[in-house]
Design a protein around this ligand. Structure first.
Ligand code: ATP
Ligand code: MG
Length: 562
């Protein structure tokens, strides 16, 4: 992991933390937290928050807690808790023994609510949901005091006890903080802090029938854990006064500082868990870990490495204003990382048979091939060459257009690590479709070299028909075909071509038994990863990302314009 010198802050959050540490605030300690609600799988937006919270803690010698914000019993599930833990670890972060659940604090949160009532700072309110909304006012009009606002402390204590005991039905009443109905900030207009929900909780079972609201629970959970810097996304900026009010009013022993940063948005991507859940339940994708999903589980299955995600999060930095990041930038980080680590192999996705007429029928030569030109330590391997090969159907044109330099009748090309071949004859089926090419090879060009120095314009990848292994290859493209999917009809913006399955691919024999999760560069095609459900008798590869880097172009265009 990268180590940053904390004396050189890289963004406004690290600037604040540096100043706090230097001033000896919180005794110089830094404690952060990542607080997911277990109501879905983590996505790339969460990765930004994870890298920030765990990153800041690491850089300042502090700790980062993993806290499940499980205050809403209806949508939360154990499955989500487990996947979240798995993905935080996969990203490369460790919470040690600092694993917490807001639900562990239900007793204390309840006692704090009683304390607020005692201090005359909370009251039980019988307004209906509609009335609550109406009394709340608008951005331009102040709210009105609830008729239940001035009940005595004793009465409120009794009513809250009745709420807790299950004596009142859902929706009868709520507990509200008593703050200021005329506040310009709607969050401060006597917000609800507890409601009745007769629902079992995945951790506390049937123990509770009242559950705390997010803002209330969050500030106090941070305080209970001694969090020093509570980093959250911008939509909570207007909630900060309430966060502070809870801690100030209860005169808590410590007061974490809430700091907001911009959430990550990506082009061609939806990021809200509600929408991602809809894609899963509606069968638009094949589960939360579908390789087209922006979830970390999906990205892992697609072949993205944690290093690439961390690199991306570092590159995008921290802003105070919301923006949309070009997904090409994420793809750039993925490619950059895979370029360094992925061994090169040859795979033919849409095979076209090639017979080399002047090559001996039963000869097999083992050709030396480089595993990674970026990393000599990855060595070489042997690739068998024989009389009948497959090349990519796209690499041949019977009637080549002007700038097509690949194989065509009468033309000579190089087979990578093989020989130079010239196409002499084209075989077609009854429908006129090309089914086989006949070629001759030049024995003096072994390894692809030309002793006479003659040039060929194209080098093709290939596999030996007798040695190649059949495989399925899944070509993934963007899940949405509009840049900023959203609005009512966001599901009509799904890209119908986001998955193309090729079932008759042929890959070089070194890929026999490739383990799920292994990553390769298929020469000239892109980066591919062995699918989670691949097996030795049925190899399945997922395309992680193609070779062409759109981001470099975008960046260059930007510099040229500047
Ligand atoms: P969603 O809107 O996708 O449901 P959420 O904010 O409700 O997300 P949480 O589980 O509450 O999801 O998020 C946990 C943490 O991750 C929060 O601190 C939240 O601010 C942060 N987070 C969520 N989405 C993003 C994002 N797109 N970019 C940066 N941080 C995010
Ligand atoms: Mg949330």
């Amino acid at each position: 992991m990268t180590t940053v010198n904390p004396n050189v802050p890289t963004d406004f959050i690290r600037t604040i933390v540096t100043a706090d540490v230097q001033a000896g605030k919180n005794g110089g300690r830094v404690v952060t937290r990542f607080p997911p609600e277990p109501n879905g799988y983590l996505h790339i937006g969460h990765a930004k928050s994870i890298c920030l919270n765990f990153g800041v803690a690491q850089e300042f010698g502090g700790v980062c807690h993993l806290r499940f914000d499980d205050t809403n019993p209806e949508k939360e599930e154990v499955e989500y808790v487990e996947s979240i833990k798995e993905m935080v670890r996969w990203l490369g972060f460790d919470w040690g023994d600092k694993l917490f659940y807001a639900s562990d604090y239900f007793d204390r949160l309840h006692d704090f609510a009683v304390e607020l009532i005692r201090r005359g700072k909370a009251f039980v309110c019988y307004l209906s949901a509609d009335e609550l909304r109406e009394y709340r006012g608008t951005l331009t009009e102040p709210g009105r005091d609830s008729p239940y606002r001035n009940r005595s402390v004793d009465e409120n204590l009794k009513l809250f006890a009745a709420m807790r005991a299950g004596e009142l039905e859902e929706g009868t009443c709520v507990l509200r903080a008593k703050i200021d109905m005329a506040s310009p900030n709607l969050n401060m207009r006597d917000p609800v802090i507890y409601r009745i929900k007769k629902v079992e909780h995945h951790r506390t079972g049937g123990k509770w029938c009242i559950y705390p609201m997010y803002d209330y629970a969050h500030s106090l959970s941070d305080m209970i854990e001694g969090i020093t810097h509570s980093l959250c996304t911008l939509e909570f900026e207007d909630h900060r006064p309430l966060y502070d009010w809870c801690l100030d009013t209860l005169e808590t022993p410590c007061h974490p500082q809430q700091i907001e940063f911009a959430r990550l948005n990506l082009t061609y991507t939806v990021m809200s868990k509600r929408r991602l859940l809809e894609l899963v339940t509606g069968g638009y994708v094949d589960g939360w870990d579908d390789p087209r999903m922006p979830t970390l589980a999906g990205m892992r299955r697609r072949g993205v490495t944690p290093e690439a995600i961390r690199d991306f999060c570092e590159r995008i930095g921290m802003a105070k204003r919301d923006s949309v990041v070009d997904v090409a930038m994420l793809e750039h980080s993925i490619r950059d990382d895979l370029n360094r680590r992925a061994p090169r192999v040859m795979a033919v996705l849409r095979p076209l048979r090639v017979v080399i007429d002047n090559y001996p029928d039963d000869r097999v030569e083992q050709m030396d091939a480089i595993n990674n030109p970026e990393d000599a330590s990855m060595g070489t391997r042997l690739v068998p060459f024989s009389k009948v090969l497959y090349i990519e159907r796209d690499d041949f044109r019977e009637d080549p257009p002007k700038k097509f330099f690949r194989l065509a009748p009468g033309r000579e090309v190089r087979l990578r690590y093989g020989y130079l071949i010239t196409c002499t004859n084209v075989v077609k089926n009854a429908e006129g479709e090309v089914v086989e090419l006949h070629c001759t090879y030049d024995p003096a060009t072994r390894g692809g070299n030309t002793p006479d120095g003659r040039k060929v314009k194209s080098t093709l990848h290939w596999v030996s028909a007798a040695h190649a292994i059949p495989a399925e290859v899944r070509l993934y493209d963007r899940l949405f075909n509009v840049e900023n999917p959203g609005g009512e009809d966001w599901k009509t913006q799904l890209n119908p071509g986001s998955l193309e399955v090729l079932t008759s691919c042929m890959v070089e024999p070194s890929l026999a038994g490739a383990m799920p999760g292994s990553r390769y560069q298929f020469e000239r095609q892109g980066y591919f990863c062995v699918d989670l459900h691949s097996s030795p008798d049925k190899l399945v590869f997922n395309r992680t990302v193609g070779l062409k880097d759109a981001w470099v172009k975008i960046e260059q265009a930007g510099t040229e314009r500047a």
